[in-house]
Structure formats: C-alpha cells, structure tokens
Write a protein that binds this ligand. Structure first.
Ligand SMILES: NC(=O)c1ccc[n+]([C@@H]2O[C@H](COP(=O)([O-])OP(=O)(O)OC[C@H]3O[C@@H](n4cnc5c(N)ncnc54)[C@H](OP(=O)(O)O)[C@@H]3O)[C@@H](O)[C@H]2O)c1
Length: 176
C-alpha cells in the first residue's frame, strides 16, 4: 500500500493545497487541484506541469484520496459533522496540527514529529498512514472520528507561539 501510485484530488488551491500537491507529486502520485478560479493557478501550474487543475468536481471525480479543507468550530469537530453528512465517505483527520511549510518532509532536531490522525475506517487510515510515511511523519492513530474534538484544536496550539513570539517553526511529538 505504501508504494502504490494513487490518484489524489485536492479540494482547494491555497498554500496548504499547493504544498501537499507538490509533496504528492514528488512521491509519484497523480494530483488534481480543485478551485473555483483555475486562472489564479497558471503560474503554479507552469512550475508543476504534472499536476492537473480543474473544478472541485474534476478533482473529486476519479480520486482514490480526496484532501478537504474546512474551518473548525469550537462546539463540535468539523470531522464529525462531515462524517455525519456524508456517511459513505471514509474521512481521515490529518495535517491540521502543523503549518503548511512543514507538512511535507518535516526536518526537526528532535526527530520526526507526530501527526495525530483519526477516522472511522481502518483501511482509509492505512492509506493516510502510508502517505504520511512517505512524507516522513510518525503517525499517531487516536481512534474514531470523535477524537477530532481533541485533534482539531491543535491548530490553535500550534499557532499561539507564532502570534506571541513570531515563532512558526515547530511541530508536536508524542514521547513514550
Ligand atoms: N496555512 C497553514 O499553515 C495551515 C495549516 C494547517 C491547516 N490549515 C487549514 O487549511 C485550510 C487551507 O489553508 P490555506 O492556508 O491553504 O488557505 P488559503 O490559501 O486561504 O486557501 C483557501 C482555499 O479555500 C478555498 N475556499 C475558500 N472559500 C471557499 C468557499 N466559500 N467555497 C469553496 N472553496 C473555498 C479556496 O478555493 P479557490 O481556489 O476556489 O479560491 C482556496 O483554495 C484552512 O482551513 C486552514 O485553516 C492551514
């Protein structure tokens, strides 16, 4: 599974989408970025000719893995809301506890950082784990979708040193 070439659709085209897309391409996957405004990606597309750029529907159409980008509510995890609304989809929460600059091949003096994931489908989590392995993360599986209530606020914890001291170069690690 870890070396399998996958068709990855990314719903979004901002900084996170572009970083992850470049990482997936580096590891030999096929990537389609979905956006409402394909024109704004013309420069990025020139630098990344292997990527396809289309609508959200184009990106989702034949994807093995879809990368979603949504905001978090404090009252409930967006992961649970999505899973309830689209019961047949096999969501995995990942990549929300670190800045885009470190999502692919993070390098820290303290070794590989931990990426906390959760989701209700074991096979989908194994696919996510394989992609995280390729990107150099240590995956920590925290169980089913409810764990997103704890994982999603990590984005705030990650940002606080940035807002306090302009420090943005860190990641979390679970020590055992
Ligand atoms: N930046 C980070 O370091 C970081 C780290 C962890 C998590 N995140 C999360 O990742 C997500 C994306 O972050 P980003 O920094 O890449 O943001 P961004 O550069 O502002 O990109 C926002 C993306 O969201 C899409 N979008 C915005 N409003 C939309 C709407 N009403 N309907 C459909 N699509 C809409 C835009 O699509 P169009 O292309 O169609 O305009 C664009 O692709 C956010 O939820 C952020 O909280 C960011």
């Amino acid at each position: 599974m870890h070396n399998q070439r996958m068709n990855i659709g990314i719903l979004g085209s901002g900084g996170v989408a572009q970083t992850l897309a470049a990482g997936f391409l580096t590891h030999g996957h096929d990537v389609t970025l979905g956006t409402r405004h394909p024109d704004k990606l013309s420069e990025w597309g020139t630098k990344n000719p292997a990527a396809r750029i289309g609508s959200f529907a184009d990106a989702a159409a034949s994807a093995d893995v879809i990368v979603l980008k949504f905001f978090t509510s404090l009252d409930e995890s967006s992961m649970e809301r999505l899973q309830r609304e689209f019961a047949a989809a096999r969501f995995v929460k990942a990549f929300n506890s670190v800045g885009a600059a470190f999502m692919v091949n993070p390098r820290f003096a303290g070794g590989p950082p931990s990426m906390f994931i959760c989701g209700n489908d074991e096979a989908a989590k194994n696919v996510a784990r394989g992609l995280l392995d390729q990107f150099g993360w240590e995956t920590v599986d925290l169980g089913t979708a409810e764990a997103a209530r704890a994982i999603e606020p990590l984005c705030m914890l990650w940002c606080i040193p940035g807002f306090l001291r302009n420090e943005w170069s860190h990641a979390f690690k679970l020590l055992r």
